[in-house]
Write a protein that binds this ligand. Structure first.
Ligand code: FPP
Length: 243
């Protein structure tokens, strides 16, 4: 791993989120089954994790499986879960080598016990790593996350621990799945889709959006660098007027 250059340091977001899209299209163009696209997507995940860690990002959140993805054909779900199991075992050395700490966002209770166990093991094994946090959004939906947060807040109000009038934006942020992660500075979506697809809706209020036509299995560090260069050129005003 080479150290990041001064030029690179000026253009990197602190926190990045990616909607990894286009695996199916990538496979179809090659006359392959959809799962082959997901399989090749693992290489793009590995390369993105390594490059983001090398550049010193604090957090990378990947949309690996949405709440809505549970409605895909049973066979695709089962192959995606197998792939996730493989990823959780085979990528541990990559996470360790890059000092990456794994965390999870989503309704974990919907996952099969074996996937949950492997996820818990990887999370425990990387818990003391001090570098980038890799957040895998699995069985994740932003509306579900907000529902879960509202329920937790309502329980605190019902118990008298919290007053309704004391609920602030930061109260809601504090009840999300990963409250300590910084909001994304940049959101990348691959395969040319201009949608948010129920991803991090609360967290991306002031996030810069970047869409590329590259399908996820083809996404490499050059594409990441292109996105970071575009991000560096953006003027972020957060609703204010610049002096
Ligand atoms: C969207 O492509 C991608 C997904 C629903 C799954 C993302 C999964 C991976 C990249 C591989 C596994 C990742 C991990 C971290 C284990 P799509 O199938 O919707 O593509 P399409 O729109 O072209 O059909």
């Amino acid at each position: 791993m080479s150290a990041k250059s001064a030029e690179e340091q000026t253009r990197i977001p602190r926190s990045l989120a990616i909607i990894m899209d286009g695996n199916g299209r990538w496979a179809r163009k090659r006359g392959l089954g959809r799962i082959k696209g997901h399989e090749h997507g693992i290489t793009a995940v590995r390369e993105s994790v390594e490059e983001c860690a090398r550049l010193g990002l604090e957090a990378l959140t990947l949309y690996a499986f949405s709440e809505e993805n549970w409605s895909r054909p049973k066979q695709e779900i089962s192959l995606l879960m197998k792939l996730l199991e493989r990823f959780l075992v085979e990528e541990r050395p990559t996470l360790q080598k890059n000092n990456v700490r794994l965390v999870h966002a989503g309704r974990i209770e919907r996952l099969a016990p074996k996937v949950r166990a492997l996820l818990d093991e990887s999370i425990a094994e990387t818990a003391t790593n001090t570098g980038m946090v890799l957040c895998l959004a699995i069985s994740y939906g932003s509306r579900a996350e907000l529902v879960d947060a509202m329920r937790a807040i309502a329980r605190r109000v019902a118990s008298g621990e919290l007053q309704a009038d004391d609920i602030e934006e930061k109260t809601i942020s504090a009840h999300l799945y990963q409250p300590d992660l910084p909001d994304p500075d940049l959101l990348i979506r691959t395969a040319d889709e201009m949608r948010l697809s129920n991803f991090l809706l609360w967290q991306i209020s002031y996030t810069e959006l970047y869409v590329t036509s590259v399908c996820w299995p083809d996404f490499r560090k050059e594409h990441l660098q292109e996105a970071f260069a575009a991000y560096a050129a953006r003027v972020r005003k957060f609703g204010a007027v610049l002096p």
